[in-house]
Design a protein around this ligand. Structure first.
Ligand code: NAP
Length: 282
């Protein structure tokens, strides 16, 4: 239930943030629907016939869109249509996951759903995180870590990696407590670190030898493509990593502190927790 007593629909409910939003909501006694193509509740952004049942009776929604997936995605169509259905279904609140970058990557805006949600008539909160720490154990960086050699076009750029547990907790309070409507939370970890430092921290936490190697944009794209990644998606990732190399992400934001009244989880804490949970066991 939300504060209105209705269930909360969590899109991307099997993903890095959505799974944690579901778990944290349930731990606090709220009813949460973990929705995605393979989730407990069936929801497919590309199949509107799945939307009504997912929305039925829901009081709030956590929204993960498809902007960083290797698929066609037009928020002006999908997000607008979804928000209309949500309003009609009686949803009151919506918390949207976007990204802190204002720059395009792979020719796409990563914040293209924001204006649509703001104009939806729903009580909205927007989360703009930086790079997730969980990319290292659940995402795009995992293979390199397991291979013991993470090759990225990040140079010595600094990034304030943020833990998805923090993102999820901000989502949960925005969906269930007062005081977060109309807020845009830029979410970062507590420190700026390089990929070299991040990898060294994981090496320390796991006791394994792992190195970081800076490569060029072109080398990275070609490598991903040779492993079967669609070129467009490889370019999007390389552009995002290029923003780090160019120093564009090298500043901290205070969204976790403002929303939760505490400091964010550090990279060292993240690495220790993930290693203790067997994240990088080979
Ligand atoms: N990774 C980062 O460092 C980072 C940083 C800042 C912002 N972001 C933003 O975070 C968002 C991604 O969130 P996330 O990392 O929580 O997700 P994620 O771990 O990448 O998981 C994607 C989720 O979307 C679901 N999904 C995929 N295709 C779908 C479809 N056609 N219809 C419905 N659901 C679908 C997946 O479940 P199924 O496969 O079961 O459908 C899964 O639950 C993007 O908007 C990205 O821009 C990411």
């Amino acid at each position: 239930m939300t504060t209105t007593g209705k269930p909360i629909l969590v899109l991307g409910g099997t993903g890095k943030t959505g799974r944690r939003v579901v778990a944290q909501l349930r731990a606090r006694g709220f009813s949460a629907r973990a929705a995605s193509r393979n989730g407990e509740t069936k929801f497919d952004w590309h199949d509107e016939s799945t939307w009504d049942a997912a929305l039925d009776g829901a009081g709030a929604v956590y929204m993960v869109d498809l902007v960083d997936e290797a698929v066609e995605w037009d928020p002006a169509v999908s997000v607008r249509s979804f928000c209309k259905k949500a309003v009609a279904a009686g949803v009151e609140r919506l918390t949207l996951l976007q990204a802190r970058t204002d720059e395009e990557a792979g020719g796409k805006s990563l914040t293209g759903s924001e204006d649509i949600v703001r104009a939806s008539g729903l009580r909205w909160t927007i989360l703009r995180p930086t790079w997730f720490t969980q990319n290292f154990d659940e995402g795009v960086l995992l293979d390199g870590i397991l291979a013991g050699n993470l090759r990225l076009p990040a140079g010595d750029g600094l990034e304030p990696f943020v833990d998805c547990e923090d993102i999820a907790e901000v989502a949960v309070v925005s969906l269930t407590e007062e005081g977060h409507a109309g807020q845009v939370y830029e979410l970062t970890g507590p420190e700026l670190i390089t990929f070299g430092q991040a990898v060294a921290e994981i090496a320390r936490a796991t006791g394994r030898e792992i190195r970081y190697e800076a490569v060029t944009h072109e080398q990275y794209v070609d490598e991903l493509v040779s492993f079967g990644t669609p070129r467009e998606y490889a370019e999007l990732l390389a552009d995002l990593i290029g923003q780090i190399r160019e120093g564009k992400n090298a500043y901290l934001s205070d969204g976790v502190q403002r929303a939760l009244g505490r400091d964010p989880i550090s990279f060292a804490q993240y690495a220790a927790n993930a290693a203790a949970n067997g994240a990088w066991r080979v």
